[in-house]
Write a protein that binds this ligand. Sequence first.
Ligand code: PGA
Length: 247
Amino acid sequence: MIILANWKAYVETADQAKTLFAAAKRLASRTKTRIVLAPPSPLLGMLAPGNKSSVSFCAQDVSQTLGGAYTGETTAQLCAQMGASYALVGHSERRALGDSQAVVAEKLGHAVAQGLTPVLCVGERERDASGAYLGFIREQLTSALEPLSPKERSAVLVAYEPLWAIGKSAAESITPLDLSEMILYIRKVLAELLPGKSAGRTKVLYGGAVEAENIRGLAGAASVDGFLVGHASVDAKTFSALIRALS
Ligand code: PGA
């Protein structure tokens, strides 16, 4: 299982970042869980260079552009050079700030080109009885993956994060049954987009109100490969409880 800790902008001091990194290293040495940390860029630059531990790093986003006159942007190349091995692309909080499908596709391309494993985030705002949300997920996957070559598509990891669950408590999260259904659907769409058997190898994560209380149940969902964890990943005690609940 992969646990990707998305620190968002919750972590705002170097001390908190160091404490969380130390806790992650301890946990990684005791469990089989693969721990990936996604800190804000300056903290990525502080923690990831020279990292030799089994904890990996993920950029929270990459710029749509390559280097140049783009104030405020951080390129995929720089993230990779700092020591990130993964990059979130298309997180709903970035989409809410203006990342269109075309921008997400471009960012995905930059991440792949720099050897980062992109974590493509998809998810519906709400569910409707007629199942229109499934078409929405299909569209998000298709528009992001289609511009990539078949080989590049195989390098992408998918994170299903329904917006209605993000930031909520475990009680309001998705049920294991609904998660199983959605992952099967995502795999069906991936099978249409990826060559041969490679769709079966694509890792699919779930994110949205994952806490120590529900992680074990959700881990029982059909073919989920791990979790993207936001608020429950930014306190060392809460995060340890979550990893322990999984192992
Ligand atoms: P959450 O966030 O765990 O706080 O719901 C998950 C995410 O947005 O990646």
